[in-house]
Design a protein around this ligand. Structure first.
Ligand code: DX5
Ligand code: ZN
Length: 227
């Protein structure tokens, strides 16, 4: 997978009884990657879905599945998510005592490896492992729920990360997740974001396909003015 700009609908905000149709709707709008939020009630104060659901999603769509693990002890579950059909698996730095080992585990299986940091976690904590990851996810809300308000200072973290990426000649993607809307997507892209997750602003809209189209257009336009 490349660093091409993508809008990723987050199915946490979709109707969970109709995942197949909900994915089809955003596919019509041009979505190519679906963001799947996995929550365990420990790392975050909410519970969502697990490997059996990812397996069903895999059967229901040919779109890429970007699996965001907001769980403790991810090493225990990564093999199951990979077997279920995840294309990208992202763990939280805060949940990994041995992050290097966790990333190696993912990469050994051929699945793309991402690492996420919460708003209050400094970018500096990822310095050593940046050459080993395919993606860094900057959380722009405190994880756990869809529909929260974007935290503006997280864009400074995106800029820092983008600078490091350029200085060190690295090619990982930068993803942002939480509170993204048509109003702030351009700022995120200009700061250095490649993949934009959008839950409530896509599935909370009466027409999710046009919402994906609109956010993609705004993102592409912002890309033209990115430094
Ligand atoms: C938050 C999740 C997000 C969430 C985003 O904990 O990781 O992926 O679905 O939803 P919105 O776009 O509504 O903030
Ligand atoms: Zn997420």
């Amino acid at each position: 997978m490349s660093r091409q700009i993508e809008i990723l609908p987050s199915i946490l905000s979709a109707d969970m009884a109709r995942f197949g149709e909900e994915i089809e709707r955003v596919k019509q709008g041009g979505a190519r990657v679906i963001h799947v939020d996995v929550m365990d009630g420990h790392f975050v104060p909410n519970i969502s879905i697990g490997p059996p659901v990812v397996k069903s999603l895999r059967r229901a769509t040919d779109l890429l599945l970007d699996v965001h693990l907001m769980i403790e002890n991810p090493d225990l579950y990564i093999p199951e998510f990979i077997a279920a059909g995840a294309d990208v698996v992202t763990v939280h730095q805060e949940a990994c005592r041995h992050l290097d080992r966790t990333i190696s585990l993912m990469r050994a299986s051929g699945t793309e490896a991402g690492v996420a940091i919460n708003p209050a976690t400094p970018v500096e904590t990822l310095s050593e492992i940046l050459p080993l990851v395919d993606m860094v996810l900057i959380m722009s809300v405190n994880p756990g729920f869809g529909g929260q308000k974007f935290i503006p200072y997280t864009l400074d973290k995106v800029r820092q990360l983008d600078r490091k990426r350029q200085e060190r000649g690295l090619d990982f993607r930068i993803e942002i997740d939480g509170g993204l809307t048509p109003d702030n997507v351009a700022d995120a892209i200009r700061a250095g974001v490649d993949w934009v997750v959008a839950g409530n602003s896509v599935y909370g809209s009466p027409d999710p396909a046009s919402r994906v189209q609109l956010m993609s257009r705004l993102a592409q336009e912002a890309m033209l003015t990115r430094a």
